[in-house]
Design a protein around this ligand. Structure first.
Ligand SMILES: NC(=O)c1ccc[n+]([C@@H]2O[C@H](COP(=O)([O-])OP(=O)(O)OC[C@H]3O[C@@H](n4cnc5c(N)ncnc54)[C@H](O)[C@@H]3O)[C@@H](O)[C@H]2O)c1
Length: 350
């Protein structure tokens, strides 16, 4: 029996990781530790919340006394750490929260692991989920490998880079069994509609302008979120201590081409004439310090652990659009902030 604390399990990627572990490993106990910020939504986990091997704990990873007491009472065998402030635009307007959650929160968890695992590191594991943005930006060619020098540009990527360094430092200094993965942009169901794809789907559906930064020339490598969750599963179980793996889709798209594809899928799904949704595309002032291109070389993960993406992008995007169109209520709740108000009332009294 393994007891795993998954942090950030109410968020986009975290909810897919929690679902995968709860369903795939009935013999594990999964504790979802999440502070339910604006990005955390327990409705993401309705389908598994009554499973006997799942529990939710509301808590802040920057609260050291709370994290210490959680480790003392639960004695987890492993941490899979996804909790983070994750939106680059928010990091540009308010960097401090990113330092607190992404850097300080990670160190609080590492410290608790160091104190409570007491040197028994061969039977415990700290898995840190990170991003390809730590590597900075690429020109027209090349790809990020695990050996690419860190060169973060936004407060978000700087905070993630810093947390990666702390994770390695705790491995090198104290011998904690750590693993890190750096993944490209994810897309799929349950994604908060401030990010490009769900925002565009929601705006197209509601006939609202679809904002595209600059001329839409920025290139991102897109991976279906369930493929990311599967990669985390494989790496968690099979990577050697201290290892790092890049995870990516070998699937590069210019933002403007991606939005064009999305518009044509939405025209078809909504019964609109071809080209109608594309008229909603609105170019807006570019994001400060906007990285031109990210591309991940995930060869090491394929070669050593046999993982590769399962879905073609067009198929994944269709599935994603179908999910958003079929889950009107989820989208309404998230965009109206209803669920947050509910949690504030629900947890204020505890
Ligand atoms: N979204 C992507 O494309 C992407 C790509 C690569 C890596 N990542 C990384 O994956 C992880 C998850 O990303 P996501 O897109 O699911 O993020 P998200 O913003 O959807 O979810 C983050 C979750 O963390 C929780 N959280 C935030 N601050 C907390 C705190 N102080 N204490 C406890 N919980 C807190 C939130 O409530 C939310 O549920 C992050 O570490 C991110 O850096 C994301």
């Amino acid at each position: 029996m393994k007891k795993i604390i998954i942090t950030g399990g109410a968020g986009f990627i975290g909810s897919h990781v929690v679902r995968r572990f709860v369903n795939t490993y009935p013999g594990y106990q999964i504790i979802n530790l999440d502070n339910l910020t604006y990005a955390g939504n327990l409705a993401n986990l309705r389908d598994i919340e009554t499973q006997p091997n799942y529990r939710f704990v509301k808590g802040d990873i920057t609260d050291a006394p709370f994290i210490d007491s959680l480790f003392a009472s639960e004695q987890p065998d492993a941490i899979i750490h996804l909790a983070a402030e994750s939106h680059v635009d928010r990091s540009i307007s308010d960097p401090i929260d990113f330092v607190l959650t992404n850097v300080v929160g990670t160190v609080v968890l590492l410290n608790a692991a160091r104190n409570y695992w007491q040197g028994a590191y061969d039977t415990h594991r700290f898995y840190h989920v990170s991003t390809d943005e730590v590597y900075g930006a690429l020109g027209d060619t090349g790809m990020f490998t695990e050996d690419t020098k860190y060169d973060p540009h936004s407060p978000y990527s700087a905070s993630k880079a810093s947390s990666d360094h702390f994770v390695r430092a705790y491995h090198d200094t104290y011998g904690i069994d750590t693993v890190i993965s750096n993944c490209s942009n994810n897309y799929g169901s349950h994604h908060f509609p401030e990010k490009l794809i769900p925002l565009a789907i929601n705006n197209i559906k509601n006939n609202k302008p679809v904002p595209v930064y600059g001329k839409g020339e920025n290139v991102r490598d897109w991976l279906w979120v369930e493929d990311h969750a599967r990669a985390i599963d494989v790496i968690f179980h099979r990577a050697a201590a201290g290892e790092t793996y890049n995870i990516g889709g070998h699937n590069e798209w210019k933002n403007i081409d991606l939005i064009g594809l999305l518009c044509s899928i939405m025209d078809r799904k909504l019964g609109r004439p071809a080209g109608e949704s594309a008229q909603l595309i609105t170019f807006v002032k570019d994001r400060a310090g906007h990285d031109l291109r990210y591309a991940i070389d995930a060869t090491k993960l394929k070669r050593e652990l046999g993982w590769k993406p399962s879905l073609q992008f067009e198929e994944g995007l269709e599935k994603t659009v179908d999910w958003y169109l079929a889950n009107e209520e989820w989208l309404q709740d998230v965009t109206s902030g209803h669920y947050q108000q509910y949690y504030e009332e629900q947890y204020a009294s505890r």
